[in-house]
Design a protein around this ligand. Structure first.
Ligand code: HEM
Length: 370
């Protein structure tokens, strides 16, 4: 939108993407939840934009404000760092840039990087800077707590049960919510998982991870966990194959973010919070899930979760030929890493009281850290 004539030139396409609900990219049903990063337009805004296009995009008087804004943005972004949140305190780098072949299907790449920190620290944020967005499909970062430490049982290196940080299409970096942080004990390592998809020409990628130190320990520890189900077997052609996964909160918590994850056959996804008092609340419903937009839905008002609550994720897959994204309706599909396989994972970020930081009980480690 660098000048009026450009927007006018795009106006018919703007009408089309608004009418077909391709833009703005936002998939939450407005009946459930309020989200601080809601990108949707109100009905009034949509009407105003469409009426302006219908009227032939009248220009108005005076200098073009878009031209001025564009010049200013270009000037300020040239002066800014590549890191949206500013220069990190520490940067995790791969041993060497990854070389990605022109064609093929690639297994995930894993790089293990020692934390460049000699003491226990709290982070106020983590950012991932993709080296080459055209070929990097996603990047997840896991923390590997030191061997023999009380946190070792929390290690989780595949992404199924949560992650330390992640970059996916639609990602926008930001610092952790106020008074929360992620803990990195000394001696920790980070595992960087990279998934590449071929572009038709050889590519190089040098993705980096930025760590931002908190100036003092926060009140709450932030965690990213998930409710998932790997036991999925979607028959060929099935129009609405449903599944569900659950996560039990053993400690009281405050919920901040929700991030549904399925692949191309993903059709709809819901998060339902069942509290121990018997009450139940739908926190998020995406009736038309879109794999190309891996949105993290940030709750405008974080939700208090009493101990004993169960967060239930429900979802459906459309493996029929009516799903335009379906790679092959004639195949039955099971859980797997590639986008032509399927996944069912409902990620969420929540804060738990920090002290003691984490001491692991003898029982089931998943969610039972106390
Ligand atoms: C009123 C709001 C918006 C309008 C009218 C709009 C309009 C458009 C149009 C006309 C296209 C080109 C479509 C094509 O060539 O097929 C497009 C593509 C795109 N837009 Fe938007 N957009 C809006 C909001 C957003 C927002 C908020 C984001 C990012 C968060 C976004 C990200 C993209 C991307 C990544 C593409 C290229 C991928 C694609 O074609 O699906 N747009 N948009």
């Amino acid at each position: 939108m660098s000048r009026y004539s450009k927007v006018r030139g795009w106006s018919e396409m703007i009408r089309e993407v608004l009418m077909t609900q391709r833009m703005p990219p936002w998939h939450a049903d407005p009946h459930y939840g309020v989200f601080s990063n809601d990108r949707s337009l109100t009905l009034k805004e949509k009407r105003q934009l469409l009426s302006w296009i219908d009227a032939g995009c009248p220009r108005g008087e005076g200098p073009d404000p878009l031209e001025q804004a564009y010049l200013e943005t270009r000037q300020s972004s040239a002066e800014k760092s590549d890191w949206t949140l500013g220069e990190p305190d520490h940067i995790l780098k791969m041993c060497q840039p990854q070389q990605i072949a022109a064609n093929g299907v690639f297994p995930y790449v894993y790089e293990v990087v020692a934390a460049p920190i000699k003491e226990d620290v709290w982070l106020k944020g983590v950012d991932i800077l993709p080296g080459n967005r055209s070929v990097l499909h996603h990047c997840l970062v896991f923390i590997k707590y030191p061997k023999g430490s009380p946190w070792e049982k929390e290690n989780n290196e595949g992404g199924l049960k949560g992650c330390f940080a992640g970059y996916v299409p639609g990602y926008s970096p930001r610092f952790f919510p106020i008074d929360t942080g992620k803990f990195v004990p000394k001696g920790s390592k980070f595992i960087i998982q990279l998934h590449y998809t071929a572009t038709g020409k050889p590519e190089e990628d040098d993705t980096k991870v930025g760590l931002y130190l908190a100036s003092q320990p926060p009140q709450w520890e932030l965690k990213t966990k998930s409710a998932f189900n790997t036991e999925i077997k979607i028959p060929a052609g099935a129009k609405n194959y449903t599944t569900a996964g659950e996560y039990r909160f053993d400690k009281s918590a405050v919920l901040y973010e929700l991030n549904p994850h399925m692949h191309y056959r993903g059709s709809w996804f819901r998060y339902i919070l069942n509290r121990p008092d018997g009450s139940s609340e739908t926190l998020l419903s995406t009736p038309n899930y879109d794999f190309n937009w891996q949105t993290t839905y940030r709750l405008a008002d974080p939700i208090a979760v009493p101990a004993g609550s169960v967060l239930r994720c429900e979802g459906g897959f459309d493996n029929s030929s009516q799903n335009p994204f379906n790679p092959d309706p004639s195949q039955s599909v099971v859980f797997g890493e590639q986008t032509f396989d399927e996944m069912f994972i409902g990620y969420f970020s929540f804060a738990e009281s920090r002290v003691p930081a984490i001491t692991v009980s003898d029982g089931d480690s998943e969610g039972s850290a106390d």
